[in-house]
Design a protein around this ligand. Structure first.
Ligand SMILES: N[C@@H](CCC(=O)N[C@@H](CS)C(=O)NCC(=O)O)C(=O)O
Length: 200
């Protein structure tokens, strides 16, 4: 059985939980308190030298880290990861986009607002993050005007990766009113019969 080290409120950790539910795989969850420094202990750093959740521990003790890498491991051979090289590359394309052009803006703005309570000294940074976050949402909106999921007609781990922080973007102060296709896509993803919510 898999063991996940994670924070329930973290979108990066939620990706793993959602994937395990979509694949109907059993797992245990070990809560990790980021704000208390649980990710910086020698024991945790032995599992992930980068000191971040999520970590997926396999039965043989191997620890995998980086949320999107873990998604690729779990989804291998399933309907959520196409084997055809062009489609598989498009899945990776959206996952790299998520880590470089989406998460650093939307997740960090959410961290400042939701975890830290929007302290004055981070307001300027928060406003700058909004510019980058809206740019990422526009890129998604344009793709979702053309296809129901980020890679064509099939729900894939590209959607799992981007759903995680987009569905809680409002907790970082992002209004999705201007992104109707993104909102329809959020509802489409949430309608999957094995969908699980972040805190569910
Ligand atoms: N690129 C990493 C990012 C992981 C990450 O930023 N995790 C945060 C929680 S969302 C964390 O563990 N922060 C604690 C710390 O940096 O000490 C991934 O996708 O897994």
């Amino acid at each position: 059985m898999y063991k996940v080290y994670g924070d329930y409120q973290s979108g990066n950790c939620y990706k793993i939980k959602l994937m395990l539910h979509l694949l109907d795989l059993p797992y245990t969850w070990q809560p990790v308190d980021i704000l208390k420094g649980d990710t910086q202990t020698p024991e945790f750093l032995a599992m992930n030298p980068n000191g971040k959740v999520p970590v997926l521990q396999l039965e043989d003790g191997t620890c995998l880290w980086e949320s999107n890498a873990i998604l690729n491991f779990l989804a291998d051979g399933s309907e959520f990861l196409p084997s055809e090289p062009r489609l598989r590359t498009q899945v990776l394309q959206w996952q790299f986009f998520e880590q470089y052009s989406h998460e650093p803006y939307i997740a960090v703005a959410r961290f400042i607002q939701f975890y830290l309570g929007l302290p004055d000294e981070r307001l300027e940074e928060y406003r700058k993050l909004h510019k980058g976050g809206h740019k990422a949402l526009k890129v998604m909106e344009r793709q979702l005007e053309v296809t129901p999921y980020l890679v064509g007609d099939q729900y894939s781990i590209a959607d799992v990766a981007l759903y995680a922080y987009t569905h809680v973007a409002h907790e970082g102060g992002f209004d999705l009113a201007a992104y109707p296709r993104v909102r329809e896509w959020l509802a489409r993803v949430a309608a999957h019969p094995r969908h699980v919510t972040m805190l569910g």
